[in-house]
Design a protein around this ligand. Structure first.
Ligand code: UD1
Ligand code: CA
Length: 458
């Protein structure tokens, strides 16, 4: 029997998830920007187990690739013969004295606290986690004996009309001594509606042998929710997003509508941050005090300094934005963009691997790629850096106080020194020295007395 000192976690992730109707293995579908399995692994790691086993089958290669580099022991379940069979695939490599904790790859939000409670219950006996649900449709139901102890789990497909009215659901999570679980599973049959080896049947066998089975009940339907189809996935996503939004609001963030915000990663906010509707945050995003995010913005891996305003419809990725900047509406900041304090990037401006110095502006319709701009420079409307010659990328360097007139083309590599001034419509191919005016365009010629075609004689 296990003495509780060694913990091995078995995560079941071999099922196809046929109800998702997807070519992707179910456990790789994303919840809050992360695969379902990644949520389970994070919780599992929090319990500091000696080993984490993952039972894979359907899409095994994809699942392994998605967890590449993590310290996991994989077991291949060639045919998905049921949850009991899946656990039996991993058990032979568990230490016989270990306590085994079984988690399902499609139940992503189990709380570490609940699992710790389950593990503390009785290390020498099996213990299962149950939950009372308003609508337990689809879950196995927990049947109790006359003393209110565990008797069995009956699956939805096998349950009688009366058993369907039972509100207590099997979460799938259980803890048991490895050796005992192994012995019990060897006797589980597959004579049921689905022709599968059911894991909970091992618990009923234990009771039959006089081994009591503990039941820990959680009252949080959120943490036990399983994802079997896209409707359940959507419901769980919205539920999780509401919780994330509520947590932010409790720390002082103003969120216009908790139903219209999506956090798919780690979002850290200072005080008095405002987030308007339909903002999507991915990866790691840090917003300083007083930052305002307008409607319909997408931010991925971005740091935003205090009091910066991001106006509606901006797409920002891999950027570092200083204090007091103004961006958008309709700006696209690509990876490697760095804006110093009070810089401005306006509508239909795209930046990539570009640094804008303090107080510099690119307010309208420009492309700045591989560009360094000093302080207080102004990039006119329609300015384009030609940074790519079809093979290599070349840099454009602008000093401080530079003025680039509208519709100019800066052909990289090229340098414009401090206070250089470029006449509108120029094509700049050579360096512009300090305080020089560059006029890189043909002169205007007027033809007097000219008549448009069809209006003259002859
Ligand atoms: C299972 C439980 C049910 C419980 C519910 C909780 C069984 C028989 N039923 O039902 O009592 O209420 O979870 O969410 O245990 N898997 C494998 N190999 C297999 C079969 C399944 O690895 O051969 C994996 C799946 O990938 C999935 C998990 O086990 O991650 C659960 O399987 P699923 O078919 O979704 O079981 P449910 O019908 O949801
Ligand atoms: Ca399931």
């Amino acid at each position: 029997m296990g003495d509780g000192s060694r913990l091995e976690i078995i995560i079941l992730a071999a099922g196809q998830g046929s109800r998702m109707r997807s070519s992707k293995p179910k456990v790789l579908h994303a919840l809050a920007g992360k695969p379902l399995l990644a949520h389970v692994l994070e919780t599992a790691r929090g319990l500091k187990p000696d080993t984490i086993h993952v039972v894979v089958g359907h899409g095994a290669e994809a699942v392994k690739a998605a967890t590449h580099g993590q310290d996991l022991t994989f077991h291949h379940q060639a045919e998905q013969l049921g949850t009991g069979h899946a656990v039996a695939c991993a058990l032979p490599s568990c230490h016989s004295e270990a306590t085994v904790l079984v988690l399902f790859g499609d139940v992503p939000l189990m709380s570490g606290t609940t699992l710790a409670r389950l593990l503390k219950e009785n290390p020498t006996h099996p213990t299962m986690l149950a939950a009372c649900l308003d609508d337990p449709t689809g879950y196995g139901r927990v049947l109790r004996d006359e003393n209110d102890g565990f008797a069995a789990v009956v699956e939805q497909a096998d349950a009688t009309e009366r058993q369907h009215s039972v509100k207590e659901a099997n979460t799938g999570v259980l803890a048991a001594p490895a050796q005992l679980l192994s012995t019990l599973l060897a006797s589980v049959g597959n004579d049921n509606a689905q022709g599968e080896y059911y894991l909970p049947d091992a618990l009923a066998l234990a009771v039959g042998q006089g081994i009591p089975v503990g039941i820990v009940v959680t009252d949080d339907p959120h943490e036990i929710a399983g994802v079997n189809d896209r409707i359940q996935l959507e419901a769980l996503e919205r539920d999780l997003q509401h919780r994330l939004a509520d947590a932010l609001m409790r720390t002082g963030v103003a969120i216009t509508d908790r139903r219209r915000v999506d956090i798919r990663g780690d979002l850290q906010c200072g005080q008095d941050v405002e987030v308007d509707i339909n903002a999507v945050f991915e990866g790691r995003v840090i917003l300083g005090d007083g930052v305002r995010i307008g409607a319909n913005c997408f931010l991925k891996d971005v740091v935003v300094g205090a009091d910066t305003e991001i106006q509606p419809f901006c797409h920002i990725e891999g950027a570092s934005i200083g204090v007091g900047c103004r961006i958008g509406p309709y700006a696209r900041l690509r990876p490697g963009t760095e804006l110093a304090e009070t810089a401005r990037v306006g509508n239909f401006v795209e930046t990539k691997n570009t640094v804008l110095g303090s107080g510099s502006k690119a307010n309208h319709l420009a492309y700045l790629g591989d560009t360094r701009v000093g302080e207080n420079s102004n990039i006119g409307a329609g300015t384009i850096t030609c940074n790519y010659d079809g093979v290599n990328k070349h840099p454009t360097t602008l000093g401080a106080g530079v003025f680039v007139g509208s519709n100019s083309t800066l052909v990289a590599p090229v340098t414009l020194a401090d206070r250089a001034f470029v006449a509108a419509g120029s094509v700049v191919t050579d360096e512009v020295p300090e305080e020089n005016l560059a006029v890189g365009r043909s002169r205007q010629r007027n033809v007097s007395g000219w008549k448009p075609p069809g209006t003259g004689e002859g």
